[in-house]
Design a protein around this ligand. Structure first.
Ligand SMILES: Nc1nc2c(ncn2[C@@H]2O[C@H](COP(=O)(O)OP(=O)(O)O)[C@@H](O)[C@H]2O)c(=O)[nH]1
Ligand SMILES: Nc1ncnc2c1ncn2[C@@H]1O[C@H](COP(=O)(O)OP(=O)(O)O)[C@@H](O)[C@H]1O
Length: 204
């Protein structure tokens, strides 16, 4: 019997395709995950809606949330804060639903420390050359910033050992299929272990 939901954390270097893969997963009909909408101090981009894409906050508001312990994790990324609301995550998991976080690696590290029972998935590029070309194609960075991103990306890739699974993002559909398969397998494994454990206790 399923009790609590899973906390699924998708992370990986900037430009690997986390946002793209997450959007593809949530556009699948009947997806069973609940997306945790993050808080951020960055300005909304054209077409982004407060409370849908992010909860957009002023810097003072975000710092107050940190002080009040309202964030499961937070990180500063390219000059802006990003963080995960802890109450939403806990309430949703307690209600038996799986929560899906798509966050950068510093935040994922904090979640690992606070919530080790989470399911940590590292999205990896097929190669560093491909990662660089994705950042270039996205067109959001200057040449100088791309060099900086690549340096950080190499350091981030070294952290992939800390994850439960590494998924290559060669093709978006293939990466989504792998993530869905991992979640199904983890549910089976965890439920099986829990059921066996319960049986053993009952037999005492
Ligand atoms: N630590 C952390 N990172 C987040 C959170 N929400 C989004 N991010 C990451 O912040 C980075 C920047 O996101 P965004 O400004 O939407 O730009 P993007 O580069 O187009 O995805 C991405 O790597 C996201 O995965 C969060 O709640 N916590
Ligand atoms: N499997 C893929 N193959 C080719 N391009 C991809 C793939 N996944 C994502 N991209 C492209 O790579 C760029 C970075 O993706 P994005 O989702 O913004 O990355 P992240 O959220 O990890 O920073 C985007 O231009 C996106 O369209």
């Amino acid at each position: 019997m399923r009790e609590k939901g899973l906390l699924i954390v998708l992370s990986g270097p900037s430009g690997v395709g986390k946002g793209t893969v997450r959007k593809a997963i949530f556009s699948q009909p009947g997806t069973a995950f609940e997306y945790s909408i993050s808080m951020t101090t960055r300005l909304p981009r054209h077409g982004e809606v407060d409370g849908v894409d992010y909860f957009f906050k002023k810097r003072e508001e975000f710092e107050a949330l940190i002080e009040e312990g309202k964030l499961l994790e937070y990180a500063e990324f390219v000059g802006n804060y990003y963080g995960t609301p802890v109450d939403y995550v806990r309430e949703t998991i307690d209600s038996g639903k799986d929560v899906f976080l798509e966050i950068e690696v510093q935040g994922a590290k904090q979640v690992r420390e606070k919530f080790p029972e989470g399911l940590f998935i590292f999205l990896a590029p097929p190669s560093l050359t491909e990662l660089e070309s994705r950042i270039v194609t996205r067109g959001t960075e200057t040449e100088e910033a791309i060099k900086g991103r690549m340096k950080v990306a190499k350091e981030e890739i070294e952290l992939m050992d800390l994850y439960d699974y590494v998924v290559e993002n060669d093709h978006v559909d293939a990466a989504c299929a792998r993530i869905n398969a991992i979640v199904i397998a983890e549910h089976c494994r965890r439920e099986r272990v829990a059921v066996l454990y319960k049986k053993m206790l009952e037999a005492e």
